[in-house]
Design a protein around this ligand. Structure first.
Ligand SMILES: [Zn+2]
Length: 258
């Protein structure tokens, strides 16, 4: 399985920045998990192939690229963009984003080939298929409705917490899974901003360490994502100080094969 966190921004020399401002993960060049930089950082091949987008929640850094992606491709879309989300998240998108004030309601629009966008509602805990992938969504502990995902292609499996504070349900479901290769965990703030992390429902290296103790998968690789760009250096240092061998930072732009 091929996995990539798309770049969000660019350095002054035009190269992709290692800092993550937006969340957009591409699986096998054809399925997107969240859509933060979907319009901005996909290759032309990915733009042709990606027609399925799974959303963990509706925060802007996870959806910013979705309206622009559909807009950019509007005339060329033959198979509608399918947006997989819970009913609650779909309601938020229709009310607050695709409402004709912020952006067009693409779910009502057609091009010469037919519809350009469909919603596909999923229920937490129930497995659903997206292309060749089997996906399970489990509610995590964020300020808004938000779902961690467990994704399998039949051979390889990974889990992604999305944005969350301390939680138990997701880890319990994850511990029942077999053949789990990688777990992607968020860590948004440094330890000194523990209060801010608490009120915004995110983790710090200190609280992350406690969460990792709940994972009963000793062979599983742990990747940290969603590091707030402004605090990246401090967070990376504090994560290194945890001294955990199987823990690494998921590098922006890099292609991982699991
Ligand atoms: Zn969020």
């Amino acid at each position: 399985m091929k996995f990539q966190l798309l770049p969000s921004t660019f350095e002054e020399n035009g190269k992709a920045s290692p800092r993550q401002h937006l969340a957009c993960f591409i699986v096998d060049d054809c399925v997107s998990i969240d859509a933060g930089s979907l319009a901005m950082s996909t290759t032309s091949q990915q733009k042709k192939q990606i027609r399925d987008v799974i959303l963990t929640h509706a925060h802007l850094d996870h959806i910013a690229g979705l309206p622009l992606f559909i807009d950019d491709l509007f005339a060329t879309i033959r198979r509608p963009i399918q947006v997989f989300a819970t009913d609650e998240i779909i309601e938020i998108l229709e009310r607050d984003i695709f409402n004709w004030s912020i952006y067009p309601r693409f779910s009502e629009l057609e091009n010469d080939n037919g519809k350009v966008m469909n919603y596909r509602s999923f229920a937490p805990g129930e497995e659903f298929n997206v292309q060749h992938l089997q996906v399970k969504a489990v509610k995590v502990n964020h300020k808004v409705p938000c779902f961690g995902l467990i994704v399998s292609d039949g051979k390889t499996k990974f889990a992604l917490t999305s944005d969350t504070a301390e939680m138990d349900d997701f880890w319990q479901v994850l511990n029942e899974e077999e053949n789990l290769s990688a777990v992607l965990v968020e860590c948004a703030f440094p330890n000194e901003l523990e209060d801010l992390a608490h009120i915004s429902y995110h983790l710090t290296p200190k609280t992350l360490k406690k969460e990792l103790e709940k994972i009963k998968k000793p062979d599983c690789l742990i990747y940290v994502v969603n590091i707030k760009p402004m605090y990246r250096d401090a967070i990376v240092k504090e994560l290194a100080e945890l001294g955990l061998e199987n823990l690494q930072i998921l590098e922006v732009g890099q292609i991982y094969e699991w």
